[in-house]
Design a protein around this ligand. Structure first.
Ligand code: TXA
Ligand code: MG
Length: 344
């Protein structure tokens, strides 16, 4: 298959993308979080192609993307007031809500769960595309399963060229990590994945929020988890990733002592000079976790080459956007963390 490159700024190209999706093809779409691998979310055969193109396990359900918040009603039932409140505060935007699913949604999309994940993305061209399709677009992140999510059209092509009908190029994604997922089907709202909307913002809006243990802990593959995707190895380049915790100086000492040819350093911009001679990669500023979100996946992809064996990574502390970065980096590292202060 020849993968077309379409321009998200062109109405002509948006119509071409909508035609492809309506006829059951796959089109990668830009969103403010990451690129999505889009298909008609109500067309079972089209959705099946997503799993095939990604190499995605069948038990991992998809997010449905809608053009307008009110379209939630066609897909979900028993929608609590809290969902409408969150929609008003954070949609369109990087928030996904899990709610009871209506029969209109195929089992392939939900992996046979009785709930469905729905998001209204902020990217205007993508909402225009969804409206042109007249159907919700099911879209997981547009990467091969297990690899870092894609934040540019070039990264999408790297993973998906020849496997999908088109990629809609909308430039680099603004947020850089996937949406926050909150499950609203229980008595207490539950955070299933941290992202662009912070736990603090959700707690303030909802009054209460539980954090699923899959968020920052390691989960065995046979464990039942609320967001099935959270149990798989994720976001990982081919190299081994080791998170080095501790002060700047202790971490630099620790890494310098162990660094060998074929290793790499992934650090904060402020730390670059500490790794002179080791060709370090900075993914953002420690003082601005949003920049770390925006740069993380691109940096992990840059370091995903067969000749890099170990990546020593620095990980931000604290809440807000740093929480989402830590979640992704810990998964990329398979939860392999060392304390430079204790082991220097
Ligand atoms: O920002 C995003 O959310 C991006 C863009 C494209 O919108 N999409 C994305 O999709 O990250 P994906 O498939 O890579 O991650 C979706 C996560 C998976 O962990 C999946 O298991 C979980 O959402 N999920 C989907 N439906 C669910 C449901 N009904 N209940 C619980 N978790 C669900
Ligand atoms: Mg993904």
């Amino acid at each position: 298959m020849n993968t077309q490159i379409l321009n998200a700024q062109s109405e002509h190209d948006l119509k071409a993308a909508a035609d492809l999706i309506r006829s059951g093809e796959l089109v990668a779409i830009p969103t403010e979080t990451v690129y999505g691998l889009g298909a008609d979310g109500l067309n079972e055969a089209a959705v099946a192609k997503i799993f095939e193109a990604k190499g995605r396990p069948q038990d991992n359900p998809l997010i449905l993307h809608i053009a307008q918040p009110r379209e939630l009603e066609a897909l979900c039932h028993d929608i609590p007031d809290s969902a409408w409140l969150l929609a008003e505060l954070f949609w369109p935007g990087p928030l996904t809500m899990v709610l009871p699913v209506r029969d209109i949604v195929p089992k392939r999309t939900t992996a046979s769960l009785d709930t469905v994940a729905v998001r209204c993305p902020k990217t205007e061209s993508t909402r225009r595309l969804i409206a042109l399709c007249g159907t919700p677009i099911a879209a997981p992140s547009a990467n091969r399963s297990g690899k870092p999510s894609t934040t540019t059209a070039a990264h999408v092509l790297h993973d998906m060229d020849g496997r999908i009908a088109a990629v809609l190029d909308g430039g680099a994604c603004e947020v850089g990590v996937e949406s926050t997922i909150v499950d609203l089907t229980g008595d207490i709202p539950r955070l299933l994945r941290p992202g662009g909307i912070t736990p603090e913002e959700l707690r303030q809006a909802l009054g209460t929020l539980e954090v699923d243990r899959a968020v920052l802990g390691s989960i065995a593959n046979d464990t039942v988890v609320r967001a099935p995707g959270m149990k798989y190895k994720h976001y990982a380049p081919s190299a081994e990733v080791i998170i080095v915790e501790g002060s700047r100086e202790a971490a630099a000492r620790y890494i310098r002592r162990r660094f060998e040819a074929h290793d790499a350093v992934l650090c904060f911009r402020e730390e670059l000079s500490l790794y002179d001679g080791l060709n370090p990669t900075a993914y953002g500023s420690e003082n601005d976790a949003m920049t770390l979100c925006a740069g993380l996946f691109a940096a992990l992809r840059d370091l995903d080459t067969p000749d890099i064996r170990t990546i020593y990574a620095r990980c931000p502390e604290g809440g807000g956007a740093a929480y989402a970065v830590r979640n992704r980096l810990k998964k990329a590292a398979g939860f392999h963390t060392v304390d430079a202060e204790a082991e220097a």
